[in-house]
Structures are given as C-alpha cells and as structure tokens.
Design a protein around this ligand. Sequence first.
Ligand SMILES: [Zn+2]
Length: 259
Amino acid sequence: MGERPRVYKTEGIILRRRNLGEADSIFTVYSDREGKFDAVARGVRKARSHMRGHLEPLTRTRMMIARGRSIDVFTQAETVTSYRAIREDLERAAGAVYCAELADRFTAEHAPQDGLYALLIDTFDALEAGAPLHTVRFFEVSLVALAGYELQLDACALCGARLPEADTLLSATAGGLVCGPCRAGAGGGRVVSIRAVKVLRHAGRAGIDSFAALDLGEALARELQAALGDVIRHLLEREPSAGRFVDDVSRLPVGATLP
Ligand SMILES: [Zn+2]
C-alpha cells in the first residue's frame, strides 16, 4: 500500500459537532470515500470564520482535509446542500438527526460502508423534498441490511418455513420473522400486523421514493417505528438518544418549536 496523501478531498454529511477549547470544534463526518472520521476546524466558532456556515450538523459539505498526527484538520469546507427545509421542520429535523446518529453508531472510523453514503443522501434528499417521516423506516431497514443484519422477512428466520399471511412475530434476536412453531425459541420479539410485514418487505425491495409515497396512516407508522426501534436497540444494545428524541417530538403539538 502506498503512503496516504497528506491532504485529501472528500464530500460528506456532518453528523455531529463538539466544542474544543475556546474557538475550535471537532466534527464527525460520514463521507463517501473515507467513511466516518473526526476532524477539527480551527477557529470555527469565531464570527469571521469562513468555514462556520459550511460545517453545521446535517449539512452535505465538500471538504479538504489535512492529516494531522493526532487528529485531521479541515482546510476548506463548502456547502453542497444545507437541507434548509429539513432544519425548518421539527419532525424532519429530528428524523434526520436520528439517521445521522445511526450512521455514526453503526460504523467504525475510516471504514467506508458500501452504499451507506448514498443511503444518507437519498434519505436527506427525500426529507428535504417533503417526504413523510416514515421515510426514516426505509433508512433503518436499509442500514441494518448494509451492516450485515438484513431482516429475514420472506420465510421463518429460524426454520425457513413459509409464513402465513397473518400477524407474525418479529424477533430481533432471530433476525426477522418467526413462524408459530418456532416462537418459543425466538428469544422474544413483537407480534407485528400483516400490513406492517408487507411494508417492511416493500422497504427491502422498493426504492426510497416508492416507499416514501406509501400512505401508512398514523397507527401503522407508529407500529413500524416501534418494531424497527426494537431491532435497532437490539443491534446497538442500547437505545440511541436521538431515537428517544424522535419519539418525544412526534408527540409534541403541531407548531411547537425546537428549544
Ligand atoms: Zn420456524
């Protein structure tokens, strides 16, 4: 392997920011070529910083990075898409923050995951264009599959038997749907409606636009959110904090604003 270049260009989504010292911030980025990485922006919290507006969390940014001994440093940053419509909508902003947190939690540094950057962009683009919040379910199903835990939805995850067209146990431990005779050995789970099963299958097969266009209704959307929340929690072994956040804001009255 040749020596890695000292300066590199990439494009990514800013996942999160934390402050360092008086004027610097460290940003966690998920990028197309490098996967996830941290880099510091010197002086970015000063009013005259030219990078300031280009490194907001959830922004899609083109950037130039210099490799440092302990941490990489931003030398340039330029917004590709600021996702303004997402930021101005409480529910969509929470949904995008949740997707960003999952992208962070499901990946290791400098280990790009095939398809994940495109999935993030597709999801953010859809939300920006006004897609309903259940589009986040498409992100979850796809992310889990990209991470190597594709849900088995066409046959019993334990014995491979055909599944009846009926409410079925979804078991994160078993890795998908579980038939009646296997239930006792499934290690728990949640019984989901046949409608939810069909939507989950659609998420595995359809494109994001087709999934976003589904008219789920409130009850089915909530059922899917809970069922996939179980799966994500199981895989991460603890609840992502933004998952809790999405849960909370979806109960806020319409017109409420972010603190
Ligand atoms: Zn079975």
